[in-house]
Design a protein around this ligand. Sequence first.
Ligand code: GAR
Length: 197
Amino acid sequence: MKRIVIFASGSGSNAENLIRFFQNSDLGSVTQVLTNNPHAKVLDRCKRLDIPAFSFNRQAFSKSENVLNLLKIAQPDLIVLAGFLWKFPEFILKEFENKVINIHPALLPKYGGKGMYGMHVHNAVVENKESETGITIHYVNENYDEGAIIFQAKCSILPSDSAEDVASKIHQLEFEHFPKVVEKLLGTEALEVPLKY
Ligand code: GAR
């Protein structure tokens, strides 16, 4: 069985969706969830779903090797960032090359970069009167939202859509596609090679 470790900072609805999907898979499972926010709702979800979950601070994450050592023990085949807001340290990425992926709630390279997360993205998309938006699943590199793109899916925006409406359309796309893309990556022999779907 392949091992998936999820990083999440907030609500964790994508984390829960991934956990549930892989509870019915014989390919892999979510073995633990890590968060930078000790009050994140994702911790309640993990408790309910009986998945080990831990919170860490900046010291443990990027100023020491505590989280890295935890990951070395966990031996993940894939590290999945699902609504994780801190920049991933380069020294951890180096140990898990092409094994760290992120989901972004827009069609990168549009609406990416520092400060572009969650509702900030949807507000900007609506303010700019975009007629479509979507999701991007990509490898994580040292720059925010710039790693190789693995998968994108689009949805249209009506002139009457609020940022909340867009957020809900994006979550639907995420729930539908994210587990399938993770499953495809886990089923690929050479995870070292960035793949496009
Ligand atoms: C998701 O829409 C995800 O794409 C986004 O945060 C949301 C988390 O929702 N990620 C980013 O904006 C990263 N830049 P969730 O906690 O309910 O899964």
